[in-house]
Design a protein around this ligand. Sequence first.
Ligand code: HEM
Length: 150
Amino acid sequence: MAGWLGGAYLWVKAFHIIFVIFWMAGLFLLPRYLVHHQESLGTPEAAAWEKREALLRKMILGPSIGIVWLLGLALAANVGLFDGGAGLGWLHAKLLIVFLLSGYQGWAVGYSRKLAAGQGNIPARRLRMLGEVPALAVILVVILAVVKPF
Ligand code: HEM
């Protein structure tokens, strides 16, 4: 399947990157919302954060994670991942980080549901630090995708 995208390759890559930007925008926002949501528990503001989180999940995070994975796997087939192509260590490492990042989204969405039930239990400082995880992942993933160091 290597090279199967033909002339569509650059278009698929462009849309991969466009939806990566949307996904990362959502992943940078959601943990911020969680911090504010947790601080607002027990006040009327909490319902507004609950609404913002649900909207972010439905309009940004859900669609973009799906499209990024779909286009990313199409590109992965194009560079020969599924034909046992050599020299793809960077892609294996990238897939591992993106897989963990997808799990991170699952955790964040789960925590927003917990907050909606009035049950936040992560200390504020730790919650803020957890919000830096997507930035760290972006640095590693972009270096792996662009530099392809191994
Ligand atoms: C969801 C799973 C993902 C898969 C399977 C995947 C796979 C790929 C593949 C195979 C390429 C093509 C490389 C080439 O043809 O040279 C690519 C390009 C790229 N990906 Fe992903 N990707 C994923 C998610 C992400 C994420 C989350 C980011 C950023 C945070 C990202 C950033 C990029 C960038 C910047 C490029 C362009 C690299 C270049 O052409 O120089 N990808 N991706």
